[in-house]
Design a protein around this ligand. Structure first.
Ligand code: F6P
Ligand code: MG
Length: 455
């Protein structure tokens, strides 16, 4: 690891890294087991929709046998994790397997031993779990493309958010049809940035037990509640961000997406406004290649969301919502919006390694005028998931990402893990008094901007 930074590890008691590896990851895996059990049950009943219903009887039997095998493999993973056993190599033929295995080999564990679940950097072991889940599915015949988080987690959470989406669509329409002076336009932009920021509260890996009613409360989209929420933004570089954006005309802006559902929708509203207001001629939207951290947006989630909103708008006869989706589809058709999926985002690297390991993806991103990194995991990756003092300057914590090739960037993140940088002296102590869980409970946000580094 580079000098001056120690990555967080699952064995550091008292950290959220420890809580996650010890308690949260087993729960997430157990939910996967539960989800496959339900799928298998659904396949045996005629009343429930199932992916198996179109299969011939023999294929249905083979699918069920594979399903049981998947459950056994997932259970083995929980067992190994809870006993801090060595992390296993990736044993499938996916194109990224070699990269995973070479990072695993380079890590090693205590006293020359193998890397174990608690003993390796948290960022690696947590990402490794999602890649192992992928392996378990991808080696089968009938479950290859199965997204274990879709049906029971991402889709219900989407349907729990549609009220908020309807409200936000009305707001987007109102501001788009109004004649706004420069000051008001700036205000609207700040609002959309905040919608996108607070949309990140609804990450499903953290909110395993939140009801749909609570989700709606989290997403209340009135300007008054946004003003109250401003107090909860512990680093607020909105002004720097808005100044930088106002200098861009017909440029390219990149979104490195986080979660599907309401967060994705809020991100797309921001992307829409950037196009509408003449800032962006192109918006490049980066999604995940495989199911990732429960609720992260895959390509399937992206198009599923557009279809689902359209279907909902038709059902409730909401023309405003309907025409919003038509606008977005037109952006995608014309290439004004471009959805892209690169394997880099689901590799175990931090973003310090983007310039060296990012290949074509990175060369292409360097032509952007602004990179918008969404969410907590992307923040962790930007700052190397390091155990930083909270007063460390953001530019320093960005390490290899802070170089003259890197476009200006902003992180929009609600705090759900230990790494936090760029605070004023004494600020962390004040936060500790105000809310002992401020680092991890998702109630506090950051809009952290970094201009391009000098040559
Ligand atoms: O579990 C680790 C973690 O990165 C948390 O910090 C957070 O709860 C979650 O995964 C991902 O959050 P987000 O969807 O905001 O990246
Ligand atoms: Mg996420």
């Amino acid at each position: 690891h580079p000098a001056g930074v120690s990555p967080l590890c699952g064995n550091q008691k008292g950290t959220f890294a420890y809580t996650t590896v010890k308690d949260r990851l087993p729960v997430i895996l157990t939910k996967c087991v539960d989800s496959i059990s339900r799928e298998l049950h659904a396949a045996t009943t005629t009343t429930t929709a199932s992916d198996a219903s179109s299969l011939a009887p023999l294929a249905q039997t083979e699918r069920a046998t594979e399903g049981k095998q998947i459950i056994a493999e997932l259970s083995k993973l929980v067992y190994e994790l809870q006993r801090d056993r060595p992390l296993q190599r990736i044993n499938d033929t996916e194109e990224d397997a070699a990269s995973w295995n070479s990072v695993l080999e380079s890590l090693g564990g205590k006293e020359g031993g193998p890397a174990t679940w608690f003993g390796t950097p948290w960022l690696f072991s947590e990402c490794h779990m999602y890649r192992k889940i992928r392996e378990i599915f991808v080696v089968t015949n009938y479950w290859k493309d199965h997204d274990v988080f879709a049906r029971q987690q991402k889709e219900p959470s989407f349907w729990g958010s549609v009220k908020s989406m309807e409200e936000l669509a009305k707001h987007v329409k109102d501001v788009e049809v109004s004649t706004l002076d420069e000051e008001l336009k700036t205000h609207v932009l700040r609002e959309f940035v905040q919608f996108s920021l607070w949309g990140n509260q609804t990450d499903l890996s953290l909110l395993q037990n939140v009801s749909h009613a609570d989700m709606h409360k989290l997403q209340t989209s009135t300007s008054a509640s946004l003003q109250q929420l401003e107090e909860k933004i512990i680093v607020n570089d909105s002004k720097l961000l808005v100044d930088a954006i106002s200098k861009i005309k017909n440029g390219r802006i990149d979104f490195i997406l986080d979660n599907a559902g309401f967060e994705l929708y809020a991100d797309l509203c921001l992307a829409d406004w950037l196009v509408h207001s003449g800032v962006a001629k192109q918006v490049v939207i980066h999604a995940k290649r495989i199911p990732w951290f429960v609720s992260d947006t895959t390509e399937r989630d992206f198009y599923w969301t557009l279809d689902a909103i359209q279907q909902h708008a038709t059902t409730i006869r909401d023309d405003t919502l309907h025409s919003r989706i038509q606008t977005w589809r037109a952006y995608l058709e014309k290439g004004t919006w471009k959805l892209t999926v690169d394997p880099f985002w689901t590799l175990p690297y931090s973003f310090w390694q983007l310039p060296t390991e990012g290949g074509n993806l990175w060369d292409d991103m360097c032509t952007s005028q602004l990179l918008i990194f969404k969410g907590d995991l992307n923040y962790r990756k930007c700052v190397y998931d390091g155990n930083w003092a909270t007063t460390t300057p953001f530019s320093e914590a960005l390490g290899g990402l802070n170089n003259p090739q890197t476009p200006p960037l902003v992180c929009l993140r609600t705090c759900k893990s230990d790494p936090v940088v760029g605070l004023r002296p004494g600020q962390a102590e004040d936060l500790d008094k105000a809310d002992p869980d401020w680092r991890v409970n998702g109630k506090w946000g950051m809009i952290q901007y970094q201009a391009r580094a000098a040559q």
